[in-house]
Every structure is written in C-alpha cells, then in structure tokens.
Design a protein around this ligand. Sequence first.
Ligand SMILES: [Zn+2]
Length: 299
Amino acid sequence: MKKSMRRIKVIAFTFVFMLVFASSAFAAISLAYPQKVGLGEPFLVRVTSDKTLDSVTAKWLGTKVSPEIRTWKGKNISLVMFGTDVLADKAGKKELVITVVENGKKRKFSRKVKVYTKKYKTQRLTLPEKMVTPPKEVSARIQNDRVEVKAAKQTQSAERMWFVPFSRPTKGSQSSPYGARRILNGKPKNPHRGLDFRGAKGAKIRAMADGKVILVANHYYAGNCVYLDHGNGVVTLYFHLSQFDVKEGDRVERGQIIGRVGSTGRVTGPHLHMSVSVQGRLVDPRFLLEKSTDKLLGL
Ligand SMILES: [Zn+2]
C-alpha cells in the first residue's frame, strides 16, 4: 500500500514537473536573413519554429508584415520579402525586428542588416517635351494616378502566392536595368525603378507569380498598366500595354497572359516596363527573376 502510494506520488510529481517544463520551454526559433544587401535589392527573411506559433511579425524600415505561417516537414515556416528602394532609401545599418507570439507570449528578435550603395548606370534619353515636363492641365490626372498607385503598392493580403525565382513576364530580352540614373532632355530625373524588356507590339505579357489583379488603369506615365497582388506585401507592375487580357478582381496563375506589349504612356517605342513593389518599395526585379530562395536569404 505504502509502496504504491509512493509510486503515485512519483508519477504525479513527474507529471507536474513535465507540465511546468513544457510550459516554460519556448519553441526553438531560427532566423535566416542576409547580413548585407545592396541598395535597391530585395531580400528574404525566414522564420522557422519547431512549435506552432500564434503569429509572426516582421518589421523593416517602419513597415510591418504578418506573413503566412506554413507547416513543412513538421516545422512552422514564414517567409517574408523586404527590400530597399534606390530612390527613397539610404545606405547604412538598418534594424530588422522579428516578433513571434507563442501561446499568447511575445518574443522579439532584433537583428542588423547592412545596406550598401551600388553603382548604377546613367542614361540620357530624348523624349517629347510634354512627357518630360507635363503640361499643367494633366497635373490633376497625374495626382490621381499617384493616389491609385500608392494604394495598390500598399496592398497587404494574408495569403502568400509567390515564390522565387519569379517567372519571366515576356520573351524579349532585358534592356534598361533597374537603378539607372536618368537624364531626360538634359534634365536629371528619378532613377529607373523597374526593368525593361524588348518586345514588339502585341507580344504576350505573363504574370510572374500567382496572384490577384488589383488595378487595371491608364496612367499618364505608365500608359495602360496592370498591378498584381501576390500576397504578404509583394505586388508586380506591368506598364505601356497595348491590350489588357485581365480585369480587376481576376485571379491569375503564374504564366497566365495578362496583356500585350505596347507603347502607351511615356515611351520611345513598344516595350514592357515591369516593376516589383515589396512592402511599398520598388526593388530591383532582376534579383527575383534570377536568384533562388537560399541566395535571397543570404545562405
Ligand atoms: Zn522602364
């Protein structure tokens, strides 16, 4: 009798001990991110947990993202895309903050990423004067375009529909790169914050990832343009189209035709201008077309 009581006590004690131990043991979190990135480059941050998390939040340059958490091989994984904008951001050490919530308890991880300056080309172009210095009567229209663009670039949707590398938007070869400083008709202008592709009028333009059509418009500079939301703050932009093959609200699959190459807006001839907005910042799309997940994580 005494012996069995002792055994029960031991079992009970072990059970309580295990409970206390289990509740105080946090998930093992591992973070992957690059230590340094060039100004204008996108990069990835990966949060891996061995236990289920309530949420993950990542903060970079004042922008917060709550990425989707997916389970893969028994691990809970979030992938976040961030970047810097060659026009809006500066080089230097920047803070990356990851917050995980597990059983209602918050844990914060603060890391530093070094953003270094890169040399970008200078391009001199000659365009019709009204496209370089727009006439007064179109200023209200340009302002309205800006409002639409800002809203589209700030789209945050919960489902991540992208993966890298993105698929090519069109067959033509790349022409004007991201970051090129532009001198239009002798006047210094903002750097080129997209990537141009050669293409004849009517050439097919395809979605670079699964997504949703959030804007189909005709803007003063961009001409006929399509904006696709790929989730978790990643939006792709396609400019100067001659034809639309989608409408706002459509779901699109990676590789699906969304429009045709054209020369609408501020252009010298038919081509596709494509940009990628990451948490509202226009980054170098080349990295997302050419680099693997590991490369963008700095591994
Ligand atoms: Zn362009």
